[in-house]
Design a protein around this ligand. Structure first.
Ligand SMILES: NC(=O)C1=CN([C@@H]2O[C@H](COP(=O)(O)OP(=O)(O)OC[C@H]3O[C@@H](n4cnc5c(N)ncnc54)[C@H](O)[C@@H]3O)[C@@H](O)[C@H]2O)C=CC1
Ligand SMILES: O=C1O[C@H](COP(=O)(O)O)[C@@H](O)[C@H](O)[C@H]1O
Length: 264
């Protein structure tokens, strides 16, 4: 990518995981509604590369996307309990504003942070908890229709549809990454579902790197590490994006301690 990359929601958990590994690789433009402290900025980035603005601020977005080649769109309300008023504004209106600005600025591709909660209602009483276990072969692969588990999930499914529309109507390459559960250094502790959908920090950064580098039209992929326990297939991410994850929750005990740790 020879043009700048816009990262929205740059100050958050996913944004910081991306910047920690990909910081030196791209010419970044960073947008967040909260100011970013110096320690959140990759080396070589200055305050001039930071736009402190709300994602629904359309004039600010127009400026933010000018000259940009690709966008990683993370800004939004990430709470699974978020109320409708918040997801409507931050996640749905904000994502539409982002796509509109992207098309008008001839951006090449957009990677959108969707969520496991866009498909939460596949986790039915009859399937759980078996589907979280290693020997269960139930898989979602991204070709299924969303079945949101909450209003936050509805907003993420809507973001995916916006991507579909902007690709079909304007040829804007889009990938929706249904992110599992991002935690640093170890899978979520004592949480079966979390072990099945763990996304490590380095796999997260690598996956979004592939979203910037690869060629695609419209895609929906799952963003998890290569966990032995899984009910999301990562085949599409591997085949289309060249995703090559390094981590696996099976290398950790259920309490999150690494299995290969030498006892003191
Ligand atoms: N952390 C995870 O495991 C997962 C995250 N996601 C999605 O990834 C994205 C990032 O999530 P996290 O980094 O965990 O959340 P976070 O809350 O740590 O970061 C979100 C960032 O976006 C900014 N932001 C929020 N609303 C904004 C607005 N209206 N305008 C501008 N900036 C705004 C916040 O200031 C914050 O810095 C979200 O869209 C979330 O739904 C999806 C699945 C799992
Ligand atoms: O979409 C999201 O999902 C993750 C994992 O969900 P959980 O139900 O296992 O907590 C969540 O941690 C994150 O905040 C959210 O944005």
């Amino acid at each position: 990518m020879d043009r700048p990359v816009l990262l929205t929601g740059a100050g958050g958990r996913v944004g910081q995981a991306v910047l920690r590994d990909l910081g030196p690789k791209y010419d970044w433009r960073l947008l967040d509604r909260e100011p970013l402290s110096r320690d959140k900025l990759p080396e070589g980035t200055s305050k001039d590369d930071v736009i402190v603005a709300d994602i629904t601020d359309r004039p600010a977005l127009r400026e933010a996307v000018s000259g940009v080649g690709a966008i990683i769109h993370l800004a939004g309300d990430p709470r699974k309990t978020a109320p409708w008023t918040s997801v409507l504004r931050n996640n749905i209106d904000g994502t539409q504003a982002l796509y509109e600005a992207a098309v008008n600025a001839d951006v090449e591709k957009v990677a959108f942070a969707s969520s496991n909660h866009a498909v939460g209602h596949f986790e039915t009483e009859t399937r759980t908890p078996e589907m979280y276990r290693e020997n269960d072969d139930f898989r979602l692969d991204g070709s299924e229709h969303p079945r949101p588990g909450n209003l936050y999930g509805v907003s993420k499914a809507t973001g995916e549809f916006l991507g579909r529309y902007y690709y079909d109507e304007y040829d804007l390459s889009t990938v929706a990454v249904r992110i599992g559960n991002l935690t640093k250094d170890h899978p979520p502790r004592n949480y079966e579902r979390g072990h099945a959908m763990w996304l490590s920090h380095r796999d997260c950064a690598h996956l979004f790197d592939r979203c910037i580098q690869a060629d695609y039209g419209f895609e929906v992929v799952y963003g998890i590490s290569d966990n032995d326990r899984k009910y999301y297939s990562i085949d599409r991410a591997k085949d289309v994006l060249g995703y090559n994850p390094q981590d696996n929750s099976a290398e950790y005990h259920f309490d999150g301690t690494p299995k290969d740790e030498v006892p003191q």
